[in-house]
Design a protein around this ligand. Structure first.
Ligand code: DC
Length: 234
């Protein structure tokens, strides 16, 4: 897909929304269709949670967490996530890591470290970045912002199918309760909570296919960039 370039040749697409709304599937496809890199910021919070579990660090241990963060690196190599050089892409996908990621993402020291890393990634090259606070906090001036959501029951259905395919044995009610708890945590924390900024385009994917969501997002990006290119000529 051909795109006009921003002044410095770099642009960001922010895709925020609650757990299980389909952000990563869609963001990955949008990035591929634009020919830019995809950054899954939720995976970065999961990586920190994974390390906390390994080290047995509690959420209350501010000193331990601060020193752990100092010696921690989180990098993407293509679609793989390296924690201190080790590939943890698959290890961070458990329910236990997801729960701790939601909890530790409320800690200022964790957010400070990961937000700085995310800004560094999106300032060097164009990215599609998904998360909770990309349009509101990481890149408030992002050219393209989307808020992708879906009814909690539909998100629970999708998440349950994923977990069952991986051999995790959970009921629909357990997954729905977990989704509601994470929604509450992610939207009510003091620092950079999940929120829809007024300039983000909201897409409710409850009754939409992945292809339809993808078409809506790429269509809007092309429309905006086409308008920007015209304005530059006038
Ligand atoms: O998208 P995910 O489920 O992989 O994210 C895991 C947790 O990380 C989520 O519960 C909230 C947190 N998170 C965040 O606070 N800010 C982001 N930009 C992305 C994720």
């Amino acid at each position: 897909m051909a795109l006009d370039k921003d002044e410095n040749g770099i642009f960001q697409v922010a895709i925020d929304g609650p757990s299980g709304a389909g952000k990563s599937t869609v963001a990955k496809a949008v990035a591929a269709s634009l020919g830019v890199e995809y950054v899954d910021t939720g995976a970065m919070y999961r990586a920190v949670a994974h390390k906390m579990r390994r080290l047995g660090l509690s959420l209350e241990d501010a000193e331990g967490i601060a020193s752990m963060l100092q010696g921690t690196t989180v990098d993407f190599v293509g679609q793989r996530l390296l924690l201190d050089g080790e590939d943890v892409t698959d290890a961070i996908r458990s329910g236990a890591v997801a729960k701790l990621a939601s909890d530790c993402s409320a800690l200022p020291a964790v957010r400070e470290k990961l937000v700085a890393a995310q800004r560094a990634m999106g300032e060097k090259k164009s990215v599609v970045m998904d998360g909770r606070d990309i349009g509101s906090n990481v890149f408030p001036r992002a050219r393209h912002k989307f808020y992708l959501t879906a009814a909690p029951e539909e998100r629970a259905r999708r998440r349950l199918a994923e977990l069952l395919a991986k051999g995790e044995d959970l009921s629909f009610e357990q997954v729905l309760d977990d989704i509601k708890l994470r929604d509450h945590n992610d939207s009510h924390r003091a620092l950079n909570p999940l929120t829809r900024t007024p300039d983000a385009v909201e897409i409710d994917s409850t009754d939409m296919t992945v292809e339809a969501v993808l078409a809506a997002i790429t269509g809007k990006i092309m429309e905006d960039r086409g308008a920007a290119a015209q304005a530059a000529v006038l």
